[in-house]
Unconditional design. Structure first.
Length: 117
């Protein structure tokens, strides 16, 4: 695969991810369900916690993905042959931070039963 192809694929991947994040933000799951959405025990304790967690996590995903758009260009300069790999691993690692930040916000805004503080 050429370096330019690697760059294009990395940017295309991030483009799809930003589209998915926007769709989750624009059309969050309306009710608590086990099929899709931000599904953790804390987020599923109440409808208020569910709504907050889904909105907050989708905003975090948008922000993280926007910042991640720097990865393919930096990789293109230094490691062009590993561009897609570094972008996928780097972005996936950053996405894990969504769990940490969303759970922290849930704990600060909701009690143990999912009621707003």
């Amino acid at each position: 695969m050429t370096d330019t192809t690697e760059l294009f694929l990395a940017i295309a991947y991030l483009g799809v991810m930003i589209l998915l994040a926007w769709l989750f933000y624009k059309y969050p799951p309306k009710t608590i369900n086990s099929l899709y959405g931000y599904r953790t025990p804390n987020s599923m304790k109440s409808q208020a916690a569910w709504d907050f967690a889904n909105r907050y996590s989708s905003l975090m995903m948008i922000k993280i993905t926007m910042y991640s758009f720097a990865l393919p260009f930096l990789c293109y300069l230094f490691y062009p042959h590993l561009n897609i790999l570094i972008t996928l691993v780097g972005h996936s690692t950053l996405l894990i931070l969504i769990l940490f930040f969303t759970e922290r916000e849930l704990k600060s805004r909701f009690d143990k039963d999912g009621n707003p503080k």
